[in-house]
Design a protein. Structure first.
Length: 164
């Protein structure tokens, strides 16, 4: 945060400016953030991938609501709009076309994130828990070495933990 002091005649005023955090597409941003495209299945895997990437790019506040839309006349509005559009693009491009078109006209990244979560998280939870438990029940070491087998078990246990 920067503080600017203006001294004119005998009056001193301080203006506190919010930090400007922006990242242009040329600075390592990519329009495609995950290989796990939202396709109607595996919501948890998709959402975890998206969260990790967005958090890693320093923009998680745009989907959590911590950074809220400022007034259009606010000096930081342009920066907010740029970053919000980047996050919206990431979200839309991480979905299959038949799903993404549903969210194209929402106005904020947070709105997209909230609606996707509302539409998919509870819907898939019971069926995914059932599927994971079946995979755990059916998993056999077979030709896998012990490390492969353990890693497969560990992945399924972690996925199951995320549902509870």
């Amino acid at each position: 945060m920067s503080v600017r002091k203006d001294q004119s005649s005998s009056v001193t005023s301080e203006t506190v400016q919010a930090p400007v955090i922006s990242q242009s597409f040329g600075e390592g941003s990519s329009l495609q953030i995950t290989s796990h495209k939202r396709n109607g299945n595996f919501f948890l895997r998709w959402s975890q991938s998206v969260l990790l990437v967005i958090q890693g790019k320093g923009k998680i506040e745009y989907i959590t609501g911590k950074v809220q839309q400022p007034d259009v006349n606010d000096p930081i509005y342009e920066n907010w709009e740029l970053n919000n559009s980047i996050v919206m693009t990431w979200l839309i491009n991480s979905m299959e076309l038949h799903i993404s078109h549903t969210y194209l006209f929402l106005r904020t990244a947070k709105a997209i994130w909230d609606v996707v979560n509302k539409n998919y998280s509870d819907l898939e939870n019971a069926s995914q828990v059932f599927e994971i438990k079946n995979k755990l029940n059916d998993l056999r070491q077979g030709s896998m070495d012990i490390t492969e087998y353990y890693n497969e078990l560990q992945m399924l246990w972690q996925e199951l933990d995320l549902h509870y």
